[in-house]
Design a protein around this ligand. Sequence first.
Ligand code: IMP
Length: 219
Amino acid sequence: MKLIFATGNLHKLQEAGEILGPGFELSSPAEFGLTEDIPETGNTLEANSLQKASYIHERLGRDCFADDSGLEVDALGGAPGVFTARYAAGDARFTDNLDKLLYELRDVPMEKRTARFRAVVTLIIGKEVKQFEGVLEGRIGTERKGNGGFGYDPIFIPNEIPDHVGNDGGGVGNDGGKLVPNAKGIANAELPEGGKNAISHRGQSMRAMAEYLRSIGKE
Ligand code: IMP
């Protein structure tokens, strides 16, 4: 099935391709000549995700989906939440956002650094609009670790990781198999790509979307 992923974030596009697998042919809005920033002015992930998907659907008239994701840190009352991409400033780079979060949590002990990534995917096919959610629970570490992933991945420590990763650090498939407690405190950015996708908020929400599409015979 052909779908446009309403994002300008190439990391997200790459992850989505790996998560959805060969049954789906993904393209970016840029491939259809739409290179402007897609507006996201809502107050919730649901609203922003719908806004991004609608923006692309209205302009290109093709089946598409968008995701909006955010990091909720309990010690900060759920911030940065919907402002995750713009935490340090309107045009903040990932590294500024990450530094600001580490600074804000500088006096918070490990047991109180609980946090979660949340993702909401909005799918628009024909006239139908559907949303799918994914949540990844974890903690915010005290220093950067690993080179994989993007954004806050070097300081996000998931509560559970795929079994294989804990044992030999090798690659894992999309389903990840059994999950085990993350006893060594491995950061998202230290997981192999398949390992992150197996547990991530985006992985969960996009697999739910793929399952739905298959259930209506759309793959
Ligand atoms: P948006 O969904 O594009 O509005 O951006 C949400 C922001 O959350 C991103 O810019 C990243 O900073 C962060 N984020 C979302 N998903 C992830 C992830 O899987 N790892 C690390 N950071 C993420």
